[in-house]
Design a protein around this ligand. Sequence first.
Ligand SMILES: C[S@@+](CC[C@H](N)C(=O)[O-])C[C@H]1O[C@@H](n2cnc3c(N)ncnc32)[C@H](O)[C@@H]1O
Length: 331
Amino acid sequence: MKANPGRPEAISFQRGKARPRSVATKPGRVEWVSPALWSVFAGEGTDAHRIASGPDWWLERFGLDLLMSYQEVRGRDAALAELDERCRAYAYRPARVFGKHLPRHASERGVPTLLRGDPAGSLETEVTEAGLRYGLDFAIGYSAGLFIDQRANRARLRQGHPKRLLNAFAYTCSFSVAAARAGAETVSVDLSRRSLTRGEENFRRNGLDPSAGHRFIADDVLATLPRLARRGEKFDAIILDPPTFSRNQSGEAFQVRRDFHRLVELAIDVASPGAKILLSVNHSEMRVADLEQAGRGALRNRGRSGRFSQTAALPDFPPGVGAKTVWMELA
Ligand SMILES: C[S@@+](CC[C@H](N)C(=O)[O-])C[C@H]1O[C@@H](n2cnc3c(N)ncnc32)[C@H](O)[C@@H]1O
């Protein structure tokens, strides 16, 4: 559904907390995360992160597996030639390396293929992020199950201790798990029943009962939000992370550029005073400023006010790479 699940598109950069610098600051350069940053991740209980970023490829670690996303085989092979030496510096031995070609058109997307390692091993695996567990499946499709560029937003959500989370476009419910572990009730909405089922498994992986205070709604977000509003449901945290384009069960199209503004208005209708709403997109032509503009317009139309803040940049991503996100906090 996502136009580019690797999210290699521009975001506005905000300097984060002082952490080991790790990646290229100039587009086009190849940089690997430093062993110092690797240790920071290990200390946080995170084994899902980027390892390296190049001009037309990047390499992600998912536990003992690596996933190389690439446009050109030449770039992929140059990175792989360096891999063993880099891994020695991290004191890390990957079990497998998967490769994922980044096609020009979404219709050409395929599943990752095994480049190195045992072909007989299970393609399902589990990773950790800040001590939370998430399931991955390298056989299921173009995306294995966790978008690592949302790590800082998941952490921020968790640290905010929300009481009721609405996770729209929930996918495998990683935001819901993060909020639930902080004590929240959650409602996760996604067109894909299969993704929500994986989400329920993610709850169980973390010792959470998915039927205790949590709901999973397999339906169109644009139809679900008005229904929740009619019932008077309110949420103090809302995640809006839609794809660039999708079609619902009836064939109706969702186009983020056209529909984002309306989506934010519908979210405001179910937001309690003081609610925090994450606005997130992965469209090459939409910037954080466009998200803020949509947010301000929606607040005005609903007679509400709010303020905007960004999450600290990820130390394993080059500036300008990843989902474009901003938090809108209602007055
Ligand atoms: C990029 S994923 C969201 C990622 C998720 N926020 C995360 O961080 O893991 C987009 C999801 O939106 C779902 N989707 C697309 N159009 C939808 C719609 N109109 N209503 C509900 N879900 C939709 C897709 O099935 C997909 O799971």
